[in-house]
Design a protein around this ligand. Structure first.
Ligand SMILES: C[S@@+](CC[C@H](N)C(=O)[O-])C[C@H]1O[C@@H](n2cnc3c(N)ncnc32)[C@H](O)[C@@H]1O
Length: 274
């Protein structure tokens, strides 16, 4: 899709007719209301130039929003959703209460996701397993939604596997957790690739949208790696990101990330950040 910062500044997703989203909103999601509109709108803007990839699909909510838009795009499309497709504890009870847990408290939610996405049958593939082991075919990707960059290793793997398939001037990345203070490696990665990606919008609390200007080379991806950075180097990258994004994101959001890094020396997995 042809994208521009000015188009995103007008936030056209707010004008999405509510009736167009009825089927998608029937699928529960951790996305907020504006993020839901954004995902639908981005799907609708797709030009059939490549796949849509949803990393961290959970109960299918993000996939449903993208698929409802893709269906209205009028172009050929296919969505690839990746997740373990399991749920435990409060998340299971809140978002997939109909999935029964096994004796270890783990529920297989894949059949439930299939059923929830039934309106778009044939338009998607569910890939169950560790995204950290996932291999992308290399086919072009027009839309990449990332909600699984929960560690430095996963963040690096996502970039290595999926970013080379983005289309310059056409593809969009939605980083769902970009400003989540327990995941400072996401801005640390993206700022190192700032010659390749242009920030287009901040949506709700944590989501940032980027356009791919240029496909990062293998050397640039290597240079953007976050696994193995010292705490000091990670903080430096976060500070660089704060400067890069100062027109869009208040500085205090990055200060919170630096406090988290300092309070959790060497920790590189989000849920372990206290
Ligand atoms: C915040 S949830 C995604 C929410 C979803 N996009 C929605 O619309 O509700 C993050 C998901 O990432 C998945 N995830 C995290 N690490 C993963 C990994 N290494 N491999 C596969 N899935 C992973 C989790 O299973 C979880 O479902």
């Amino acid at each position: 899709m042809i994208l521009s910062r000015s188009e995103f500044q007008d936030r056209p997703w707010h004008a999405t007719p509510p009736l167009d989203m009825v089927a998608a909103l029937a699928v529960s999601s951790m996305l907020g209301p504006e993020e839901s509109q954004l995902y639908h709108w981005v799907g609708r803007r797709a030009q059939g130039l490549g796949a849509t990839v949803d990393l961290g699909a959970f109960a299918g909510g993000s996939a449903a929003r993208l698929l409802s838009g893709l269906t209205l795009s009028g172009h050929r499309h296919h969505l690839h959703a990746y997740d373990f497709f399991t749920a435990t504890g409060k998340a299971r009870a809140r978002w997939v209460p109909d999935a029964k847990p096994d004796s270890n408290g783990v529920a297989d939610i894949l059949p439930h996701v299939m059923a929830r996405l039934a309106p778009w049958q044939g338009q998607f593939t569910l890939h169950r397993g560790d995204i950290g082991q996932a291999k992308w075919s290399g086919d072009p990707i027009e839309i990449l939604a990332v909600d699984a960059a929960k560690s430095t290793a996963l963040t690096d793997h996502t970039a290595t596997q999926f970013y080379p398939a983005l289309l310059p001037g056409q593809s969009v990345i939605m980083h769902q957790d970009f400003l989540h203070d327990i995941l400072p490696w996401i801005p640390a990665q993206m700022v190192a690739l700032r010659d390749c990606f242009e920030p287009l919008a901040k949506v709700e609390n944590d989501c940032l949208v980027f356009m791919c200007h240029r496909v990062p080379s293998a050397m640039e991806l290597q240079g953007a790696r976050t696994d193995g950075l010292s705490d000091g180097d990670l903080c430096q990258r976060v500070l660089l990101a704060a400067d890069w994004l100062k027109a869009m994101v208040p500085e205090r959001r990055f200060e919170k990330m630096i406090h988290k890094i300092q309070a959790n020396p060497g920790v590189r997995i989000g849920w372990k950040m206290k």
